[in-house]
Design a protein around this ligand. Structure first.
Ligand code: PLP
Length: 470
């Protein structure tokens, strides 16, 4: 049998033979004409080849591994808009269940009646909790007949979302600079920075730069004393972006949550150690009264009336449903299993890094000291620096960022690896072997790079070695 002759002018049925594939991908003006859906799909998939392998990106705190069921949930929930509580009442119900579960997990005095919301991430949750603190403070000042136009908050080296909160909502940020080998905000330094215009102190429970926890319980005591001595009643907000889903399972004795009376609100990222897919965070208040009513809007145009307290209106529901799925799939016991395995892998990685003899480990992934991560610095001057090491590791596909610490210790350059769901002992072994290989290379080819030189640059000018804000 011979081949069926192809009609004149017809292309073979292969996506790479289509006309659209014989030109560069559209990149400037809005395309005049389209292309077949199969071709467009192949084109964007190929574009994505140049993105890194998510699970080898040890810079990110976010979920890079989910179960097949979580993928199905995301697919099935694609059209669900979480704000539309009338059309999707059960999505809304699952969100409310998650809020109660988290309120209980974080020891709110009455988890059944307190308030909270899902958000797009910890950043939005931080804005909401910061706004609630600002509104509570303003009301208190008004009642006392005091001016309420110069609010401030006190914090240590925080994630960029708090700088955004300060700028977007016009609140002065009083960031306590680092000193010597103190890489976090310690309770003893807080009081001198506080005054009657301080709307809150933001404690970092899982610091972005090093992964270390701040001592929330002692901060509470310090603020109690401040009230006794100077009459200043200043609440604590805890940024538990990563720590909020770790410590309850792996360091339950640590008191960082609503067990500390001063803590009025907590934010956490469901899409970090909460294990949900990217796009969900949580804001929980101690009691309903801690969320000023003026911040909650009731809208009726989607049918029914529904309270909303979010910066967005429309927002995907799948991440929240997947979060609920995680909670009921794993329970406390399952989360303990997953997270303790991560700490074991982190400890193994830390041990390996220490064994090279070149590094000081700043955070070795102890569950009572910080999140499941390892952070280190060079012990002494070498013929290479950490930017060069990050650059070498990049050639094997690893993204292990090197960056300077915060204000006052920007002379200290650290490198950090997040250990997340899907990172096993074997992953640690592979990384250690590649660090070993890189160090050998660097002994023969000395390299001292700058932050900007480290890694390859993408064409939009962003450095490939990530700053710590991710
Ligand atoms: C990641 C992170 C944030 C920002 O959270 P998103 O969920 O990415 O918006 C805020 N604070 C800390 C401590 C973080 O680690």
């Amino acid at each position: 049998m011979g081949e069926t002759p192809r009609p004149q002018g017809q292309q073979p049925d292969d996506v790479y033979a289509t006309a659209a594939m014989r030109a560069a991908a559209p990149s400037a003006g809005f395309p005049e004409v389209g292309m077949g859906s199969g071709t467009a799909y192949a084109l964007v998939r190929d574009e994505m080849l140049l993105d890194g392998v998510a699970r080898m990106n040890l810079a990110t705190f976010c979920t890079t591994w989910v179960t097949p069921e979580a993928r199905s949930i995301m697919d099935e929930a694609l059209v669900k808009n979480i704000v539309d509580k009338d059309e999707y009442p059960q999505t809304s119900e699952m969100e409310a269940r998650c809020v109660r579960m988290l309120a209980e997990l974080w020891h709110a005095p009455s988890p059944e009646t307190t308030v909270g919301t899902s958000t797009t991430g910890s950043s939005e949750a931080a804005m909401l909790c910061g706004l609630a603190a600002k509104f509570r403070w303003r009301e208190r000042m008004r009642r006392a007949g005091r001016p309420a136009d110069r609010p401030n908050f006190v914090c240590g080296p925080v994630q960029v979302c708090w700088e955004k909160f300060a700028r977007y909502f016009d609140v002065e940020m009083r960031r306590i600079p680092l000193e010597d080998d103190r890489y976090v905000m310690t309770p003893g330094e807080i009081a001198p920075h506080c005054d009657e215009n301080t709307i809150m102190v933001v404690a970092n429970f899982g610091q972005t730069y090093t992964g270390l926890y701040e001592d929330v319980a002692t901060m509470g005591e310090v603020l109690d004393l401040l009230e006794q001595e100077r009459g200043l009643d200043i609440p604590l907000h805890v940024d538990a972006a990563s720590g909020g889903f770790l410590a309850p399972f792996t360091a339950p004795e640590l008191e960082w949550d609503f067990r500390v009376g001063r803590v009025k609100s907590v934010n956490a990222s469901g899409h970090k150690s909460g294990l949900a897919p990217i796009g969900v965070g949580w804001a929980i208040w101690r009691e309903a009264a801690d969320l000023p009513e003026e911040l909650v809007f009731n809208v009726s145009y989607l049918g029914g009336t529904m309270p909303t307290f979010n910066l967005n209106f429309s927002r995907p529901g799948g991440q929240v449903i997947a979060q609920y799925y995680d909670f009921i799939r794993l329970g406390r016991d399952g989360y303990r299993g997953v997270q303790s395995a991560l700490y074991d892998a982190a400890a193994h990685l830390a041990q390996g890094i220490a064994s090279f003899g070149l590094f000081d480990v700043i955070h070795g992934g102890r569950p009572d000291q910080g999140i499941a991560a390892v952070c280190w610095r060079l012990r002494s001057e070498q013929n290479f620096n950490l930017y060069a090491l990050a650059d070498r590791l990049r050639t094997r596909g690893w993204l292990v960022p090197a960056y300077p610490l915060a204000e006052n210790r920007q002379d200290v350059v650290v490198q950090r690896a997040l250990v997340r769901h899907g990172f096993s002992f074997d992953t640690a072994e592979m990384l250690l072997e590649d660090i070993q290989r890189s160090l050998e290379h660097l002994t023969h080819h000395p390299a001292v790079l700058t932050f900007e030189e480290a890694g390859s640059f993408s064409h939009n000018g962003h450095p490939a070695v990530a700053p710590p804000h991710r």
